[in-house]
Design a binder for this molecule. Sequence first.
Ligand SMILES: Cc1ncc(COP(=O)(O)O)c(C=O)c1O
Length: 426
Amino acid sequence: MERNRSRQAFEEACRHIPGGVNSPVRAFRSVGGVPVFVEKAEGSRLWDIDGNEYIDCIGSWGPMILGHASPLLTGPIQSLAQAGISYGLPTTGETQMAALIGRAYPCAELVRMVNSGTEATMSAIRAARGYTGRDKILKFEGCYHGHSDCLLVKAGSGALTFGTPTSPGVPSDVVKNTLVARYNDLASVRALFEANPGQIACVILEPIAGNMGLVPGKAEFLAGLRQICDAEGALLIFDEVISGFRSAWGGAAQVYGVTPDMVCFGKIIGAGMPVGAYGGRRKIMEMVSPAGPVYQAGTLAGNPLAMGLGLTLLGHLGAHPEVYQSLEEKGRYLAEGLRAIVGTRPWYVAQSGSLLTLFFAPGPVECYEDAAKSDTELFARWHRRMLEAGVLLAPSQFECIFLSQAHTKADLDAILNAAESALKGE
Ligand SMILES: Cc1ncc(COP(=O)(O)O)c(C=O)c1O
């Protein structure tokens, strides 16, 4: 497969953009080789600028749940744009979006639009701190909530540590109030509450984690977090940037029947436009400016194109619950096929609805420590061979396969055939 144009484009990009990309994972550093520079995408397919065609399993990291360039969304773009691209003033679309999110997530009595998932989680935490009057927050090792300072924390060693910044540029002072527990481990959460009585404002997590590879929260873990938060007067925040409107219309909260106090969204609510939102119980959200004293703002927040496309997509998903059934069937089919290929090898296939990860580590993978046992060299070889066979996987072991409505059974069989050859002899 020729990729000369992509190579040249990357070299040129590196002269103008740090590392040649605008988000690190796109640089393909953990798998090697040349990043895919995209020419266009349609349905389940994506073409690079060398003319190579791929079955896309990234789907813009989630929002392309109907596949790329769905006519449902490309149709209204022009008329939306003709009415103006941005006003920085209120529109009724923003209210409709907030009301729609409130229908899908009854806990989201008030909703504020922002421009990214990063902003959503950062702002939700500010509101939670303002509401509770507490400074400390509790997150989980392996959960990613965007790149704001206080959330850019990886656990040190073990589950019960205070945060240390993952990145230079984040002062340790800023993360001294970030506590890190082990995912799917209630004892690690209880221990942190015991050590910090009356000080923890909120527990934030991906209820279906997608940023250490796919690691679904266990039902008893999520229910236990709800109980602990209630008992301790802390808020429970679900980061549903990946799982929202994907795992079900009401996201992981609906799948597990656990109601958070606050919820955060990203890309999917704008159908792939740059957008995010956070919402929660009225009393909490009334802390947010100008209703209350917690400041948070955004010139482009609630952009009319993003609202228009998002309302169309989410409205469609709400009116067609069979989409979720079919995504679940596709996810299971691919997972079962992959498990058959894995056979007795010490690897693990995780699947939840339309999300999957093949871990090159023994299962079950229930937390970051388990995921981190993966053979990432083997993942890199697999990734390169799959790409060569025309299957575009997320370029890291610690990401998911995102399936869409546009993936056909023939696509899934093609992915499985490619996987079987790519893993032969490993
Ligand atoms: C669960 C989760 N939260 C937050 C974010 C940050 O979103 P964004 O990249 O839009 O800032 C991401 C990004 O992938 C995510 O997966």
